[in-house]
Design a binder for this molecule. Structure first.
Ligand code: IPE
Ligand code: IPE
Ligand code: MG
Length: 245
C-alpha cells in the first residue's frame, strides 16, 4: 500500500524562481492532430495562456515572460500572422475588461515599432492601466527576438558613448543588461518549452545565460497548471552553481 503513504510533491513557496519564461509552442501541431486549421491551435493556446498567467499569479510568481510572437514569425503565411494578432488583441480586450479584478501588471517585450492602430492603442492602454500592480508582472514577448534585443542595447550603449555620457570601458555585463528592453529584466531563472523542441528560438538570449531549462512533449494547448507546478518542482531540485562549486 505504498501509494497511500506517497506524498504528492509540491512547490516550495519560499524558493520560487524569480523569473520564469515560457515558449508557448505547439499550437499548430495541436490543431493539425485534430484535423483543424492551425489558427484553431492559436485560439486554444490563448485560452491556456490566460489560465497559466493567472495561475502563476496565484502561486506567487513575481515575473513571467511568455513568448507569443517572434521576430521570425512574420515569415508565416499572412493569414496565420493576422489570426495570431487577432488572438492577441482578444487577450488584451479581455484583460482591459478584467484587469481590476486580476491585478496583474502587463507589459510587452519586443520591438513595438511593428505595431500600429487599434492594436497598439490597446497595448498601450493595458500597460498604463496595470502599471501599478505589484504581484505578478507578465511580460508578453511580441515581435521579440533575443538578437534584436541585444542589438538594440548595443545601439543604446553606442549612443551614450557618442554623447560622451559613457566610456566604452564602463560597458560591463551589469551596465549592458540595464540597456535591454526592460532594465529590471536581465536574467531568467527557468525557461519552459513544451512541444518537444529543444531550442531557444531567439528567446531571452542574454537573460538565459544561467537559466535552468525544462522541456516537455506536451503541446501548448494541452499545458496545465500541474505542468507549471512540475517544472517548478524540478527546478527546485536543481543545483545551480553559476560557475562555482
Ligand atoms: C506557437 O505555436 C505559437 C507561435 C509561434 C505564435 P506554433 O504555431 O509554432 O505551433 P507548431 O510549432 O507549428 O506546432
Ligand atoms: C517560438 O516558436 C516562438 C513562439 C513560441 C512565439 P517557433 O515555433 O516560432 O520556433 P521554431 O520555428 O520551431 O524554432
Ligand atoms: Mg512552433
Amino acid at each position: 500500500m505504498g501509494w497511500l503513504n506517497k506524498k504528492k510533491e509540491s512547490i516550495d513557496p519560499d524558493r520560487l524562481p524569480d523569473h520564469v519564461g515560457i515558449i508557448m509552442d505547439g499550437n499548430g501541431r495541436w490543431a493539425q492532430k485534430r484535423g483543424l486549421p492551425r489558427y484553431a491551435g492559436h485560439v486554444a493556446g490563448a485560452k491556456v495562456f490566460k489560465t497559466i498567467a493567472y495561475y502563476a499569479r496565484d502561486i506567487g510568481l513575481k515575473n513571467l515572460t511568455v513568448y507569443a510572437f517572434s521576430t521570425e514569425n512574420w515569415q508565416r503565411p499572412e493569414e496565420e500572422v493576422s489570426r495570431i494578432m487577432k488572438v492577441l488583441e482578444e487577450f488584451i480586450d479581455d484583460a482591459l475588461n478584467t484587469f481590476e479584478k486580476e491585478r496583474v501588471r502587463i507589459r510587452f517585450l519586443g520591438d513595438m515599432s511593428a505595431f500600429s492602430g487599434v492594436l497598439l492603442e490597446k497595448m498601450e492602454r493595458i500597460v498604463e492601466a496595470t502599471k501599478d500592480f505589484s504581484g505578478l508582472t507578465l511580460n508578453i514577448a511580441m515581435n521579440y527576438g533575443g538578437q534584436h534585443e541585444i542589438a538594440y542595447a548595443a545601439r543604446e550603449a553606442a549612443r551614450l558613448v557618442q554623447a560622451g555620457l559613457l566610456k566604452p570601458e564602463d560597458i560591463t555585463p551589469e551596465v549592458f543588461g540595464k540597456m535591454l528592453y526592460f532594465d529590471d529584466c536581465d536574467s531568467v531563472d527557468l525557461v519552459i518549452r513544451p512541444s518537444g523542441e529543444k531550442r531557444l528560438s531567439n528567446f531571452l538570449l542574454w537573460q538565459s545565460a544561467y537559466a535552468e531549462f525544462w522541456y516537455s512533449d506536451i503541446l501548448w494547448p494541452d499545458f496545465k497548471p500541474e505542468d507549471l507546478d512540475q517544472a517548478i518542482i524540478d527546478y527546485q531540485k536543481r543545483n545551480r552553481r553559476f560557475g562555482g562549486v
